[in-house]
Design a protein around this ligand. Structure first.
Ligand code: AHR
Length: 522
């Protein structure tokens, strides 16, 4: 207790020699689906005062750049399992309006691959394209690779050139369908059937462009009855041809149990570790040399209890679907989920925050009006900007509590990264306690000459506070007082229900130590 306030105590020990692995920048990706108002009235709104000459909103593009998403998955999601990509190419006035059965929406096809990919690259992202293995198959998949990646001289590549895109799109990363384990998926199949189709499609796509990387569908969430068996069966069919297996995971507060919600990164830890184990089991059984890594290509907080369900939707164009408004608590959870991803950066190489705009998204727009940052934007953007380089293995000791969801649960969770070039260590840490602050002591034994820690946090006196069009800056990161390094230790106070980033700049011997650590790590 200090002055009547209970203060928890925690310690975090950092040593630059303790390394998890290199962080693939694609860990910080996002997802654009033809769903609700993500594309139409989200990234694309011709007639908006800030629309460019192709109809894309410049204000939204600026926020996407600020968010920092090196990869963008497209065009779905459940949408892709009924999509004919050919409907989205050629003259816009001749493109058909199609009924999208996934979200019971009218798809005008005004945005297709030739519009999306240049926009995606203009906002600093690499496209991650999904093919339809629900209603379609090998032929449509390999034709799309040909359309996108072959330079010229074939039917599909020449059609792309005829449509106005002279250079190939050069799409490297491809998803073999979406959530094919889910009975809700159009064209859902048993694991062995999907595995054989994914294998045939992947092999044909590779014949068109041997340089592509392939992601095969894993489980839609860890509570799927087929989880584990699905991955085992699918990998038995596809191990040689694919590079990554996907996992999807969404979280929400249930039954008023905020303590468990705040700790849900523990569930993601378990999910990731179970998928890694399944991949490595398949590797051993199949006597494979290569290792399959993970693509967490849909994750976020999503209040699914608030969604009426696809069957209840009236058919319309760009409906307001699952436009969740996020609180400070949700932002802390999103920051904590990113801590879990960094902790597994040796195996999780791709991550896609689902989705990018309006649909369970960090960016919201009003049609014809403003675009603003939701609370979750902030921990995401800061982790994406500073959580690069090498993931370190911090050793954390601190208070625990009992939660209904997870039993004994740490109140503090953290990840750390080393940016070799700048010689800067970034510590990402959450305080999950809703009432009390934490006095965190960071022992910088590997950074003896570190000088200063810069402390930024997302928290609020009201942990339910949100950003809206009327108050878009209500919640934003707060730069707290710098924390000096004394005797190799930094003392930081973490507010209750808070996501924090402490950036420690080493000087002189600190940098030398960083380099020595590099040698140890090799
Ligand atoms: O992101 C929303 C939906 O969630 C996606 O379309 C689907 O893949 C997942 O179930």
């Amino acid at each position: 207790m200090t002055g009547g306030v209970r203060v928890h105590e925690a310690t975090l020990t950092l040593d630059l020699a303790y390394r998890i692995g290199e962080i693939d920048p694609r860990l910080f990706g996002s997802f654009v689906e033809h769903m609700g108002r993500c594309v139409y009235e989200g990234i694309f709104e011709p007639g908006h005062p800030r629309a460019d000459d192709r109809g894309f909103r410049a204000d939204v593009a600026e926020l996407v750049r600020e968010l920092g998403v090196p990869v963008l998955r497209y065009p779905g999601g459940n949408f892709v399992s009924g999509y004919r990509w050919e409907d989205g190419i050629g003259r816009v006035d001749r493109r058909p309006t199609q009924l999208d059965l996934a979200w019971r929406s009218l798809e005008p096809n005004r945005v297709g691959v030739d519009e999306f990919v240049p926009w995606c690259r203009a906002v600093g992202s690499e496209p991650m394209m999904a093919v339809n293995l629900g209603t379609r198959g090998v032929d449509a998949a390999r034709s799309l690779v040909e359309y996108c990646n072959v330079e010229r001289g074939t039917t599909w590549s020449d059609l792309r050139r005829h449509n106005g895109t002279a250079d190939p799109h050069g799409i490297r990363l491809w998803c073999l369908g979406n959530e094919m384990d889910g009975p809700w998926q159009i064209g859902h199949k048993p694991a062995d059937e999907y595995g054989r189709l994914a294998s045939s499609a992947g092999r044909a796509m590779r014949r068109v462009d041997p340089s592509i990387e392939l992601v095969v569908c894993g489980s839609s969430h860890p509570r799927m009855p087929t989880f584990g068996d699905w991955e085992r069966t699918v990998l038995a069919e596809t191990y040689d041809v694919v590079d990554y297996v996907s996992l999807h995971s969404y979280y929400e507060q249930r039954g008023g149990d905020r303590a468990s919600f705040l700790a849900c990164a523990m569930e993601l830890d378990d999910f990731i570790e179970a998928v890694v184990a399944t991949c490595d089991h398949a590797r051993a059984v199949g006597r494979h040399r290569k290792r399959i890594d993970l693509s967490l290509d849909e994750w976020n907080v999503w209040y699914q209890q608030r969604f009426v369900g696809e069957e209840q939707l009236e058919i319309s164009t760009a409906p307001h679907l699952i436009e969740d408004t996020y609180s400070v608590t949700d932002a802390v959870v999103v920051g904590n989920l990113m801590i879990s991803m960094l902790r597994h950066a040796d195996r999780v190489k791709i991550g896609c925050l689902a989705q990018l705009v309006n649909v369970i998204a960090p960016i919201r727009t009003d049609t014809g009006g403003a675009a603003w940052r939701q609370t979750i934007f902030h921990p995401f953007a800061l982790t994406s900007r500073y959580g690069r380089g090498t993931a370190l293995q911090p050793v954390l000791a601190g208070p625990v509590t009992d939660t209904a969801g997870f039993g004994r649960t740490p109140l503090v969770d953290a990840a750390a990264t080393l940016d070799e070039e700048g010689g800067t260590v970034s510590v990402f840490v959450v305080n999950r306690d809703q009432a009390d602050p934490v006095a965190l002591s960071i022992d910088l034994r590997g950074l003896p000459a570190a000088v200063v820690g810069e402390h930024t946090a997302v928290f609020d006196e009201d942990s339910d506070a949100v950003n809206t069009a009327a108050a878009p800056e209500r919640v934003r990161p707060r730069r707290l007082a710098d924390v000096p390094v004394r005797d190799g230790t930094v003392q930081v106070r973490l507010p209750p229900t808070a996501w924090n980033m402490i950036r420690i700049r080493p000087l002189g011997r600190g940098l030398a130590a960083a380099r020595r650590g590099d040698e140890v790590g090799r």
